[in-house]
Design a protein around this ligand. Sequence first.
Ligand SMILES: Nc1ncnc2c1ncn2[C@@H]1O[C@H](COP(=O)(O)OP(=O)(O)OP(=O)(O)O)[C@@H](O)[C@H]1O
Ligand SMILES: [Mg+2]
Length: 618
Amino acid sequence: MGRIRLLPETVASQVAAGEVVERPASVVKELIENSLDAGARNINVGIRRGGISLVRVIDDGWGMDRDDALLSLERHATSKIRSAVDLQAIDTLGFRGEALPSIASVSRFRLTTREPGAIAGTEILVNGGKIDVVRDGGEAPGTQIEVRSLFYNLPARRKFLRSENTESRNIEHQIHLQAIGHPEIGFWLMRDDRILFQLPGTATLEHRIRDLYGVELLQRLVEVNGAASPKIRISGFIGQAGLSRQNRSQQLVFVNGRAIESSLITGAVREGYHTALMKGQYPVTFLFLELDPGAVDVNVHPAKREVRFRDPNGVREAVVRCIQQTLEHARADWQEKFRAPIRPAPAAPVSAQAVPDLHLRPEVTAPEATNRELPHLGAVAGVADPDRVQRSDFVGPAPRLPERHLESAGEVPALHPQERDTKPAQQHFEIIGVLSKLYVLMENANGLVLVDQHAAHERVLFEELRRRMEQQGVPTQKLLLPQIFDAPPRDADWIEHNLPVLQRMGIGIESFGPDTFKIDSLPSFLDVSDAAQFMRKVIDDLKSATNNASAMRLGEEMIAKTVCRHAVKANDPLRYPEVEKLIRDLLDCDLPYCCPHGRPTMIQISLAELEKKFGRKV
Ligand SMILES: Nc1ncnc2c1ncn2[C@@H]1O[C@H](COP(=O)(O)OP(=O)(O)OP(=O)(O)O)[C@@H](O)[C@H]1O
Ligand SMILES: [Mg+2]
């Protein structure tokens, strides 16, 4: 007797539903995607009790006639693809013909729909997958779908639902994704009779972000600049360096208009930020990738949340490059803003020569005795060596600061060659004082700026060291006793192939017999007690890195760790001239607004914000 049976249609749909409909937010996702595919301009979503008791989606799309409405509830019925060939280049959000029958099989379902020209529409009621009623109905042209009592016939599934609040939050996140992905479409969200948002259609992405997340966030975003390569276009907004979140909720990525989760892209974004992102934190991205639909396979995940790229490396590299370039451009804009005059230029003609306009408030006096100077990098070893620095006998307030760096004379090599031609123009900000021996308070055109002196100094040292590494190679220090290092055969092979990379990183390593190596020098700024152990770590890191840029990256990471130890600490009182110098050096950095670990170096509190806080403006 045969043991195999065909499952009844309703059971098959429930099984399929298990994959498509995980929770109320998945219902919302599928219904909104259908509305978007149906050319809707406005989508109105209402939910009750976290979507468990009701999800309603109303659209003004092109609707369906009665036959189509009935067909839409059959499994594998779709208007979006016709043959297997179409699967290779999908340009709609749906394509499987699974969503409606799946949802209808695990809920009490009502569909009303009307085509724009039709006299009457259709209303269909379905209970747990069984069609109960089909009749004339439908109000305005478009489609309205109500999903009540989700999983009422699958108690096991229902038990897995979270609290109403959590489910509501998931739904909101889902609608955020769709609303950001389609700023031209109007979105409404009602939660238990309360309007959560009414987003007008025809908005730009910028306006949409502002409407959903507020102007404060928008101000800390930078626009991604356009084309990345002929095959892939990348646009959108990303958080400026130093802006990050503790979770991924604002890390939005879209591929051809579809919100997706992709470890490939999040990895590339992280790599693009590199030191501009704190460890364990997530960047803020509203990133849009557009590529030929044939170059993306969207048919790889049951909930259509993931995609596969035909050329993953190409995509990865394009994203890394794009993020890096965007952050670099942002820096130029930022400096421009930072250096805008505090007050409008005086009416009287100004003298011809440009003078730096950084100065201390005359009333500020510098407490002298306890103050110290910033530790600087020595010329060769690259370690803190305050004695090398010319002492500047500044006491009390400095009316104006001499041109730039105190250490440019003498034996210390010029660290900023590019400045010869691009001298910073007027720098308009005033130092007000130092708060709690840590935060430098300054005024600029926008209002108040707070600088974390430790983070700022880390950034300055980091870039100084990196520049040296690029120009002169890594300063190295001979080990007193060369270390012999045995490697397992696979690692040995790898080391053999990568000796030049390791040497460029300042590691003096050479072959010393089969599977054995000799290390006789290490980067001098490192404090390594066990060279062999250090090598093992370097090899692990390098092997797990995937591209060539990683040798440099790894070098950067080593530097970042080192500078942290040498940078001026919180509670280290600084002399005022040193504070000024620190700020100046910081402003000349490539990425001035975050330390090498991605923490912000400075915070701007705008005059507008202050006015709001003091109730001068509402
Ligand atoms: N809001 C809507 N307006 C107009 N037509 C719709 C709407 N929702 C669904 N349809 C029609 O019903 C069909 C079935 O929808 P369903 O969501 O089940 O499948 P799909 O969107 O084709 O694929 P997928 O399962 O990947 O979402 C669609 O192909 C579409 O023709
Ligand atoms: Mg669909």
